[in-house]
Design a protein around this ligand. Structure first.
Ligand SMILES: [Cu+2]
Length: 378
């Protein structure tokens, strides 16, 4: 899936791929090289159980084939004809029992450790949306930071109209940044349907369920970029909502927090300001591309039978209150509510849809101001 630097999670496969670069992309048969204690335990459990299975396989089939061969009829073998051997029954109960206990004990220890989210240095909420991830830094250094993380792979690559990039479908605009060697608690939830937050290298996979809060944790031991995907089938673009985590040194993380806070302060829109139509349209085009185009398409034509066209749509051309309502509350089963967008974002995307494609100059209320959204939210 991705090249990873060598470190504590040293494996034969990683060693081979480092020695022979051509193998790097090819080694996709094993688990991801672990970079957390939990992932390492999972990796070792996996190997241990595989070895136990292999030994059982060899012993059972060894005895079986040996018996078939050594006691064959042509050598005059006579079958034994005993019934109910207590000794045999005890042996074939006790041995498997010991094997199962031997596997369950270490596995339980790891599962219990996985669930222990206490004493985290940093708590981040991950919210699944159809089809992107939102992050909110709830507690610890970086508290207050929040952003949405959307796929950046261009559609041309998906449609085979362009060569696929190195991190095809595994790249996003805003990566989740965390410090190295700190316990990070991830609180998951979802806005629409069940998603799941997964980073194989961290040994983390947690469902994100609407209306519920679940949590998991990791403590990455190596600086680097780690990638995962939504791991719960969540609709049409399930394969298009990857997760990218960048683990930074403590100093670099502090620097990132400072920069992000400055950037957020600069971006914080003043929802009471009256905007010029052209600025709203320009901003709305971006909001549309990252939030609406997946369903209604960049052309505004939608997908017949699934997503209505917004080009020439009666709601988009109608009075502004109707469209504000659809965006704030959603509509039917398919149109999600967009309450999580800011007033400026909602106002600009509405203004954009009213000015784009063939809608220009046709409808009522061509410009919607952020103040309209503020009022409608009340
Ligand atoms: Cu999903």
């Amino acid at each position: 899936m991705q090249k990873q630097s060598l470190g504590k999670g040293l494996t034969l496969a990683a060693l081979l791929s480092a020695a022979i670069p051509a193998l790097a992309v090819e080694q996709q048969y094993n688990l991801a090289p672990p970079v957390t204690e939990i992932a390492r335990q999972i990796y070792d459990l996996h190997t241990l159980m595989l070895v136990i299975c292999l030994v059982i396989f060899v012993v059972v089939f060894g005895v079986m084939f040996y018996s078939i061969y050594a006691h064959r009829k042509s050598k005059g073998a006579k079958p034994a004809s005993f019934h109910e051997s207590t000794t045999v029954e005890i042996i074939w109960t006790v041995i498997p029992f010991l094997i199962v206990i031997g596997m369950a004990l270490p596995a339980t220890k790891t599962v219990v450790a996985m669930k222990d989210t206490s004493n985290a240095d940093l708590t981040i909420k991950a919210i699944g949306y159809q089809w992107k991830w939102g992050y909110e830094y709830l507690k610890g250094e970086g508290e207050g930071i929040g952003f949405v993380s959307t796929l950046t792979t261009p559609r041309e690559q998906v449609n085979n109209q362009a060569a696929k990039g190195e991190n095809y479908l595994m790249e996003v605009d805003n990566v989740l940044v965390v410090p190295v060697n700190k316990k990070v608690r991830i609180v998951t939830t979802a806005n629409d349907v069940i998603h799941a937050w997964m980073i194989p290298a961290f040994g983390v996979k947690q469902d994100a369920i609407p209306g519920f809060v679940r949590d998991t944790w990791f403590k990455a031991e190596q600086v680097g970029t780690y990638r995962g995907q939504c791991a719960e089938l969540c609709g049409k673009d399930h394969a298009f909502m990857p997760i990218v985590v960048e683990v930074k040194s403590e100093a670099d993380y502090s620097k990132w927090v400072a920069e992000k806070k400055k950037e957020m302060a600069a971006k914080a829109d003043d929802p009471t300001k009256v905007w010029v139509a052209a600025d709203l349209v320009a901003r709305g085009e971006k909001v549309y591309a990252s939030n609406c185009a997946a369903c209604h398409q960049a052309t505004g034509k939608g997908l017949p039978g699934a997503f209505p066209a917004l080009d020439g749509d009666k709601v988009v051309l109608g009075a502004k209150d109707g469209q504000i309502g659809v965006l704030l509350n959603g509509q039917g089963a398919g149109m999600p509510a967009w309450k999580q967008l800011s007033d400026v974002e909602i106002a600009s995307v509405i203004t954009y849809t009213r000015a784009a494609w063939g809608n220009q100059g046709k409808g009522a209320d061509p410009v919607v101001q952020p103040a309209d959204i503020t009022a409608a939210r009340k």
